[in-house]
Design a protein around this ligand. Structure first.
Ligand code: FES
Ligand SMILES: [Fe+2]
Length: 375
């Protein structure tokens, strides 16, 4: 991230509550870039599906009979009814409840009662509308743009900023991990406040004493976390990253001995926050649900054999980040409450330890384009 020596400005308060600004972000950022929509493991077998919402669009992601995972706008081509109303499940076909048009898992219109055989009715023209999809690092990425850019080009800069090499990150083997625990949080704050909070640890000393006891580097304003290729080391007396600081879960299979006592945190803009630990990975996915509301899905990922073990108990591990999450959402919501004040109409100040936020704001402005410049 960019190095800035002195103080910088935040965005003005309006950027965090103005409905027009929010609509612009949904259209230009979430509507034109790759957005993480969930876990690839949810759609592994033919018929497996999940539904997700990005801005105003509702999307179904489904594994076809050919084991190819596709995404479609979840909108019937007849009169526009939402077709799939479950959050997740397994299906043989998708049938619209309204007039019973039926679509295959591959999105083709299979049946339309009484009219499908009419001359002049073009079934192909009434297939479900596809959405660009890629699977990467065990995550489902969707892009609503009709001309999606490269996912690699979008995500690679984050890796180069944080790691000495892409291989250093790939050793965590995120594609092979499985979800041991998921918690979904409803946060009364703009999505950018959630991301910004993750991008700085200036707040860690006052807000996260338990977290800092495990990772004392975060007690200082500029921890080693900021250095490329260097994680934040565990405190000497800490065995494992858990609330109690104890545990003996083996390190992830790709890691080496020197990598088993450190924490890496970084983001894949716009909406993925990643925390790498030696024995597990925590992925937060932030979904904007309104100018002042964000749904945050937090997944704790482990090696498959660890989760398959009947004795698997992630409780102590989950407890630390669940606590940190709760502490973070509290201050994100407190900050949201200040955004409408005249005291914040022109924004506030970023101290040097918070300058990763400057890079985030620069990226957002670039994605919004000139039309976002006035904010
Ligand atoms: S709206 Fe779906 S079948 Fe009519
Ligand atoms: Fe925090």
């Amino acid at each position: 991230m960019a190095t800035v020596e002195h103080f910088a400005s935040t965005l003005p308060g309006g950027a965090y509550y103005d409905p027009a600004r929010y609509a612009q972000e949904i259209a230009r950022i979430f509507g034109e870039h790759w957005v993480c929509a969930g876990r690839a493991e949810s759609v592994k077998r033919p018929g497996d599906f999940i539904t997700v919402t990005i801005g105003d669009e509702h999307i179904v992601v489904v594994c076809g009979q050919d084991r190819t995972v596709r995404a479609f706008l979840n909108v019937c081509r007849h009169r526009g009814a939402r077709i799939c109303t479950d959050g997740a499940g397994s299906a043989n076909v998708f049938q619209c409840r309204y007039h019973a048009w039926t679509y295959t898992l591959e999105g083709k219109l299979q049946g339309a009662p009484n009219i499908a055989s009419f001359a002049g009715f073009d079934r192909d023209a009434h297939a479900l509308v596809p959405v660009a999809i890629e699977m990467w690092q065990g995550l489902i990425w969707l892009n609503l743009s009709p001309m999606p850019g490269s996912l690699a080009e979008q995500v690679q800069p984050a890796l180069h900023e944080r790691f000495a090499s892409v291989e250093q990150f790939e050793r965590y083997g995120m594609s092979d991990l499985v979800t041991g625990k998921r918690i979904t949080y409803d946060v009364a704050a703009n999505w950018k406040l959630v991301v910004e909070n993750f991008l700085e640890c200036y707040h860690c000393a006052p807000m996260h004493p338990e977290f800092c006891a495990l990772l004392p580097g975060f007690r200082v304003a500029v921890p080693p976390q900021g250095m490329v290729g260097t994680g934040t080391p565990f405190a000497d007396d800490v065995e494992q990253f858990s609330l109690s600081g104890t545990g003996n879960r083996p390190r992830l299979p790709g890691l080496t001995e020197g990598e088993d006592r450190q924490y890496f945190g970084f983001i894949f803009p716009p909406n993925v926050l990643v925390s790498l630990l030696p024995d597990h990975v925590v992925v937060h996915t932030a979904h904007p649900r309104g100018p002042e509301r964000t749904e945050v899905v937090c997944d704790w990922l482990f090696a498959p054999d660890v989760v398959a073990d009947p004795a698997f108990d992630p409780g102590d591990t989950v407890a630390i980040f669940d606590l940190v999450n709760t502490q973070d959402w509290d201050v994100c919501e407190l900050t949201q409450q200040g955004m409408r004040s005249r005291a914040y109409a022109r924004g506030g100040t970023l101290v040097p330890a918070e300058h990763d936020l400057v890079s985030f704001h620069t990226l957002i402005q670039a994605w919004l384009g000139a039309s976002g410049a006035e904010q």
